[in-house]
Design a protein. Structure first.
Length: 114
């Protein structure tokens, strides 16, 4: 059973920064795609950022220039560096990693106060 454990969420003021981590129990250098999604109250889960096995990245328009996705294969960990946070970034953030099957973490709460 693959496990993804997110950490790094919390409460931050607008303009602040957080770094989310997603530690996988399986080697991520064999993953096809790794990504971060978020779910805010009353809204559908949306894609925030993805990184492919070939290190191509893609971001939601709302976070471009502020968020950076990266990975450390040696630590089997995917990161989401979030800068210039806004109240509208408040959500539960989920890690997703796709090997043959897709796996989700349990989520970590990010709250940005104005």
């Amino acid at each position: 059973q693959v496990q993804l454990v997110e950490s790094g969420g919390g409460l931050v003021q607008a303009g602040g920064s957080l770094r989310l981590s997603c530690a996988a129990s399986r080697r991520i250098d064999s993953a096809n795609v790794m990504g971060w999604y978020r779910s805010a109250p009353g809204k559908q889960r949306e894609l925030v950022a993805v990184i492919t096995g070939g290190d191509s990245t893609n971001y939601a328009d709302s976070v471009k220039g502020r968020f950076t996705i990266s990975r450390d294969n040696a630590k089997n960990t995917v990161y989401l560096e979030m800068n210039s946070l806004k109240p509208e970034d408040t959500a539960v953030y989920y890690c997703n990693v796709q090997w043959l099957f897709s796996y989700w973490g349990q989520g970590t709460q990010v709250t940005v106060s104005s």
